[in-house]
Design a protein around this ligand. Sequence first.
Ligand SMILES: NC(=O)c1ccc[n+]([C@@H]2O[C@H](COP(=O)([O-])OP(=O)(O)OC[C@H]3O[C@@H](n4cnc5c(N)ncnc54)[C@H](OP(=O)(O)O)[C@@H]3O)[C@@H](O)[C@H]2O)c1
Length: 233
Amino acid sequence: MRIANSVAFVTGANRGLGLAFAKALLAGGAAKVYAAARDPDSITLPGVIPVRLDVVNRQEIDEAARACPDVDLLINNAGVSRGSALLAAGSVEAARAEMETNFFGPLLVSRAFAPVLSRNGGGALLNVLSALSWITFPSVATYSASKAAAWSLTNGLRNELRTQGTQVAGLHVGFMDTDMAAGVDAPKSRPEDVVKLALAAIEAGEEEVLADDVSRNLKQGLSAGVYLAAPRR
Ligand SMILES: NC(=O)c1ccc[n+]([C@@H]2O[C@H](COP(=O)([O-])OP(=O)(O)OC[C@H]3O[C@@H](n4cnc5c(N)ncnc54)[C@H](OP(=O)(O)O)[C@@H]3O)[C@@H](O)[C@H]2O)c1
């Protein structure tokens, strides 16, 4: 997969990491960047093609796949965090909302675009996951569950899309300096740096991107049971 001359489709491209992806794809010479957002008017980056897409809306997903038949790089970036513990008031509603956007969203979008990717030579699909796919903090426990499910989704999609030649990668990252982590007082990566690593990894044919030390250390600690340790937050 080469970024130059690719035709990319980015969900949640109006702000945060998705906007950084759209900018980097343009800078990297993508032939076309479809920038998808719930409100297409919120797409203000010159050079991209705005697309209306709420990732929980099946009709909009089908319309987007029909309207963008030349995509060969799909980036499932859109995500939400409700900041809920599992036993807090409203946790079930929070968990359902996060699962809808963070798990069913990429599942539905990937299902709709899999034939498109196939027709365009296989291409690549990147799911934006999290360090929290691998560890659970009480303050974001329902979000962690949705990102763990999205990690499993990524691994399953990799199996099922291998025969059509689609490269499937998961991006794990700790805190990033975006609206989602605005209230977090901890070191944060710059979205631009994360995107640079992720696109280089796609070009290198990699299937997993560990964008910061937090993610690298967690991955290394999985077999030792790092997720069993007392949570810090
Ligand atoms: N920030 C972090 O510390 C961090 C760490 C690890 C992973 N991540 C992941 O990185 C990805 C990008 O998040 P971010 O940090 O850029 O957060 P953000 O600044 O809050 O942006 C979230 C993006 O997702 C979009 N979105 C939310 N629900 C959507 C829906 N149903 N349909 C379509 N778009 C929707 C938002 O659109 P609207 O403007 O319409 O709300 C926005 O564009 C997410 O998957 C997130 O889970 C973030």
